[in-house]
Design a protein around this ligand. Structure first.
Ligand SMILES: [Zn+2]
Ligand SMILES: [Zn+2]
Length: 161
């Protein structure tokens, strides 16, 4: 697979991508190809890369970390644009908003973790589990007598918990 080095002039995210990859960045920007080969790019230090970016007169409007964070929470390039505008107008307000996004992302992770503690189908990973036997409670496990069988509503897999 042939790779080339690209940078997004909007958020500054950079790296090697397949030549046929979409030139659109997640942030809505359009990536630019670096004027170096893949091998040259790999050998360059961060300092050299940043120098190259300056020589190309590229000045990202937002840091890629910030842009990733905003996109992760909102999935909206419009909000990234609004945040870029806010950063230029009011850097303090920008910082406050950014920390709100951070909190939201943390909450999202916590919800994901909760979901991870649910009973999952060992075959397909679905949490859509029904009990195959009476007396089984999803919350407390089996509460009756006899054998317990879980059944996955997604793929039909049955197993003993
Ligand atoms: Zn970008
Ligand atoms: Zn399943």
């Amino acid at each position: 697979m042939a790779l080339e080095a690209r940078i997004c002039p909007k958020c500054g995210s950079k790296g090697l991508v397949p030549i046929e990859a979409d030139e659109k960045c997640f942030c809505g920007g359009t990536k630019i190809v670096f004027n170096v080969t893949k091998d040259e790019y790999i050998k360059m230090s961060d300092y050299e890369r940043n120098q190259m970016i300056e020589e190309m007169d590229i000045h990202p409007l937002i840091s890629d970390d910030d842009a990733y964070l905003i996109y992760n929470v909102t999935h909206s390039t419009e909000i990234i644009d609004a945040m870029i505008e806010l950063k230029q107008k009011d850097i303090i307000e920008y910082g406050l908003k950014l920390s709100q996004f951070k909190n939201q992302l943390e909450q999202k992770h916590q919800i994901n973790q909760k979901e991870n503690n649910q009973v999952r189908c060992p075959r397909c990973g679905s949490t859509n589990i029904t009990a195959g036997q009476r007396g089984y409670s999803l919350l407390t496990g089996f509460v009756g007598s006899g054998s317990t069988v879980n059944r996955c509503a997604s793929c039909g897999h049955k197993w003993k918990p």
